[in-house]
Design a binder for this molecule. Sequence first.
Ligand SMILES: [Zn+2]
Ligand SMILES: [Zn+2]
Length: 173
Amino acid sequence: MSWPKLSDRQLESGACCICGARAALGVELHAWEEHDEADRPTDIAVEVCEACVARKLIDKHPRLYRKLDPMEPFPGCMRICEGCRFKEGPSCTHPAAKRNGGDGVTITVAHAIQAIACGSDRGGRWSRRFNIWADHPKACAERVAEPECRCARNEEGERYWRDPDCPAPHRDA
Ligand SMILES: [Zn+2]
Ligand SMILES: [Zn+2]
């Protein structure tokens, strides 16, 4: 079995890039950061379902993937990214984002606690610095709110009549 980068398989939002399962009741997706051949972080996130994590499929992948903290500032995967026109799946498409070659988007974050974890494994002793996020990021300077949908929807939120002049992008249909 060959292993393409999971980011090459992240075709659409809301689907596991290993098995293709879509987010639904009982199918929970989480964002993971992809690393390069030398295990360096890439600022690229992919979505993986809990079942694939439980089956250790993400551990078996030759590339290193790191599960994002739900409150971590990561363009494309933050709560404030919802409803932004630059969000596409778990990715930020703004040219300022590092994954797109920019200097990074400007994110306002709550105070983070710096922590150091130490341990040992086959490679010997290691220590790793990481942040404990106290709250969700508050703002992103590059965020542009998507226009609101004006179509008619039923109680489940499904669109049953499309307003021909609706300015919303309708990625859900
Ligand atoms: Zn899956
Ligand atoms: Zn609409």
